[in-house]
Design a protein around this ligand. Structure first.
Ligand code: EPS
Length: 403
């Protein structure tokens, strides 16, 4: 069973994560983790904070001579901006008064946070609910991603739309119609999207989306969007239909929905399936030479909570950033009067970053179920278990049903 915890406030000294349950002998380096952290920071529409932070993870434990030991892996990511917040974020008691925040931003965790935790300063809610925390998740997710790479499982993502402007592209359709080549690797999606400042597959189409972001920014407004995350090379049989918490689709939905500002998650064609006839929804089972396959992949690689072996396709929607420079209505909790919501430094759009975070969360969920199925204390043992299952899979079906 793998697990991770993150800790850290947005403007505190650092973020940390402890990742536990990975087998020994997996090669991992700070360079690999940092490459993923860098991808998360990228994207047109991010605020000034990203100009002062260059996220770097320091591995503090669990790795020796470049390989995991099987012990908990702890990582530290320093917040460069902390230097400017030392007083405001002091761990010890302060002898001076600090300005308290009393105006909640609609859509942020400000009001629910102070209500629930009995705070007298919204700063206490802002700090932990900030999406800054996702840097630590990406560090944790990169260990999962590295493990999956050993088994040919690859993860990628791209942005489909920002502010209702869609990229004109039929790639999503290709995924659902299962017309991409069988040796297609999701990494190739990210290789393309990483080159675009808004994570489009076709950078030539960036302009209309960037225009939309510029116009929102000029009006002091923000935008959300949709993105797709894909995993290829996932073996048949991860997850189960035995219980609500063993279903792979439920696990993935939880993971992706837990990312800040995500409001919807679809597996496969998702909502569209609710409008279609059954005959146009399900993936017909085919026999090609000796191989049982599916004509289409509208189920997004999961049936009955179990991976089918086809690409896992997850679409998610991120709401617009809650901090607006042209604020909407709120209430000052110190005066109980109607006021404009508080303005502060923020991003205008973070959909590209959100897609990269979703890659990490998807990698985590798949690695969790992968390790549950194949187990083993060392990478070598895990590989033995995996290859013995995989080699015999179709042979077993044929043998069991031989009349
Ligand atoms: C965030 C607000 C901004 C973002 C931050 C998330 O930070 P600040 O208030 O310091 O300008 O930049 O995201 C990150 C710092 C990050 O690393 O992704 C928020 O309110 O959620």
């Amino acid at each position: 069973m793998i697990r991770f915890l993150t800790a850290g406030e947005s403007h505190g000294k650092s973020l940390t994560t402890i990742v536990d349950g990975f087998p020994s002998n997996l090669k991992i380096s700070e360079g690999y983790v940092n490459q993923q952290l860098k991808r998360r920071q990228f994207g047109y529409g991010r605020g000034l904070r990203m100009k002062i932070e260059t996220d770097k993870a320091e591995i503090l434990s669990g790795v020796r001579f470049g390989k995991t030991l099987g012990s908990p892996i702890s990582m530290l990511i320093k917040n460069s901006d902390w230097e400017n917040w030392k007083t405001l974020m002091s761990v010890g008691p302060l002898n001076q008064k600090v300005q308290k925040i009393s105006i909640p931003r609609p859509g942020h965790a400000d009001l629910v946070g102070v209500s629930k935790y009995n705070f007298n300063d919204i700063r206490n809610s802002i700090e932990r609910s900030s999406a800054r925390e996702t840097a630590a998740r990406v560090a944790a997710g990169s260990i999962a991603r590295k493990l999956l790479e050993e088994f040919g499982v690859s993860i990628g993502s791209y942005v489909e739309s920002i502010g209702g402007i869609y990229q004109d592209n039929n790639f999503s359709e290709k995924l659902f119609s299962n017309t991409i080549s069988s040796n297609f690797s999701a990494q190739s999606i990210s290789d393309k999207a990483d080159k675009s400042s808004v994570r489009l597959l076709d950078p030539l189409q960036e302009e209309k989306i960037i225009r939309k972001i510029k116009s929102a920014k000029k009006n002091g407004d923000t935008l959300g969007g949709t993105f797709i995350t894909v995993a290829t090379g996932v073996p048949v049989g991860l997850g189960s239909f035995m219980n609500y918490d063993t279903k792979l689709d439920a696990e993935i939905a939880h993971s992706i929905m837990s990312i800040n500002a995500v409001k919807a998650v679809e597996i496969g064609e998702g909502f569209l399936l609710a409008e279609k006839l059954g005959s146009k929804s399900h993936d017909e089972i085919t026999l090609k030479k000796d191989f049982i396959g599916r004509k289409t992949n509208r189920a997004g690689g999961i049936e009955g909570g179990i991976s089918t072996g086809l690409p896992i396709i997850v679409r998610a929607a991120m709401k617009p950033i809650a901090t607006l420079m042209s604020p909407i209505e709120s209430v000052d909790l110190s005066t109980m009067k109607k006021v404009d919501a508080r303005r502060e430094r923020s991003d205008f759009v973070a959909v590209p970053a959100c897609a990269v975070i979703a890659e990490s969360m998807l990698a985590w969920s798949i690695a969790k179920f992968f390790l549950q199925k194949f187990g083993g204390d060392s990478l070598e043992e895990l590989k033995d278990n995996y290859s013995s299952y995989n080699k015999k899979l179709f042979g077993r079906i044929k043998h069991n049903f031989k009349s």
